[in-house]
Ligand binder design. Sequence first.
Ligand code: GAR
Length: 204
Amino acid sequence: MIRIGAMVSGGGTNLQAVLDAIDAGKIDGQVVTVVSSKEGAYAMERAAKHNIPSVVISKKDYPNGGFEKALIDHFKSMNVDLIILAGYMTILGEEFIKAFENKIMNIHPALIPSFCGDGFYGLRVHKAALEKGVKVTGATVHFVSPITDAGPIILQKAVEVLDDDTPEVLQKRVMEQAEWILLPEACEDIAKQLDEGEDKWALI
Ligand code: GAR
């Protein structure tokens, strides 16, 4: 039974997809804590509806350092096996990433290595894809490494771009056709590995 920690910044539809997959019995595990980068993120309400405790740990509250240590202490105290970045918009530093090497997964709304890296998040990713005129985009689940969006790829799924797409329309299609499928699927895979006694993730 995998213990998942989630990090969020916004609406939390990807978190919801994971919670739904747990409720449906697809993932042998539970989300034990939700960490939000800011107050008022709707993702925290989704957590509350599932009786999952959530907490705000915001970089701006640590002007003299200590942000990463606060995150590490929190997730260690919750004894998590896996951390999912489910629409998390703060760049994480090496201290945190090293503390949970190959245990942090991110969902990115494009086919990495396209439209990724610093500055590519949320709607900006879809805006950039439309500006470039790509005919296919998608989503990627990958392990988090110290270079933004450059860690080992776990799953990818392509999504068609249509002629009259706006960034908002494309974002919705990528979520529906790729993100909300891939993130639960990756959690399911990793939960299975853990149940089978794997001490390192077989996907990397
Ligand atoms: C999702 O599209 C996610 O892939 C993206 O932000 C959105 C969050 O939506 N994440 C990034 O851009 C991270 N670089 P959600 O809060 O409804 O899951």
